[in-house]
Ligand binder design. Structure first.
Ligand code: HEC
Length: 132
């Protein structure tokens, strides 16, 4: 009889030990946190940057984000119109338009900067020499 009690005690101990051990997750067995997608972008399908044009790309951006103030006549104290290619070009060359659309402290539009891709497109248009 005594033997049996010892035996069951031993088994109890063994199971509780096994349980506490199995409940811990082993940090050494965690999967590596390497992200396989973080390598350089070598996607062969990435399109070449296409030509940007005032008519197709820039005018729509300006008209939906700027001309509420930079219309003709300009309103809300805006100092100039941005309704034609020449006016936008002049603002780039003489009024720091690129600096203002990228400014964090004093952005245009004043409500906050346009999405990066939109600002990139305007910059690309300037770099390509203001194509119509
Ligand atoms: C809510 C009205 C408003 C909107 C929208 C707006 N502007 Fe302006 N903008 C102003 C005002 C007012 C000024 C003059 C005060 C200043 O420079 O902050 C100004 C000034 C500027 C200047 C500097 C002019 C100078 O001679 O110093 C540039 C460049 C400019 N805006 C470009 C833009 C562009 C590009 C957009 C659209 C992406 C835009 N603005 C949208 C109101 C606006």
């Amino acid at each position: 009889m005594k033997k049996l009690i010892y035996l069951s005690l031993a088994m109890l101990l063994a199971t509780s030990l096994a349980c506490s051990k199995g409940g811990d997750s082993d940090p050494l067995n965690d999967p590596p946190t390497n992200n396989p997608d973080s390598g350089p972008d070598t996607d062969p399908d990435t399109p070449e940057p296409s030509a940007v044009s005032y008519q197709a790309d820039i005018a729509p951006i300006i008209s939906s984000n700027c001309t509420t103030c930079h219309g003709d006549p300009p309103t809300q104290n805006a100092p100039m119109s941005l309704l034609t290619l020449e006016q936008v070009r002049s603002a780039v060359e003489n009024r720091g338009l690129l600096g203002r659309i990228n400014s964090t402290s004093d952005p245009m539009p004043p409500t906050g900067r346009l999405p990066q891709s939109t600002r990139d497109l305007i910059e690309e248009w300037v770099n390509q020499g203001f194509p119509e």
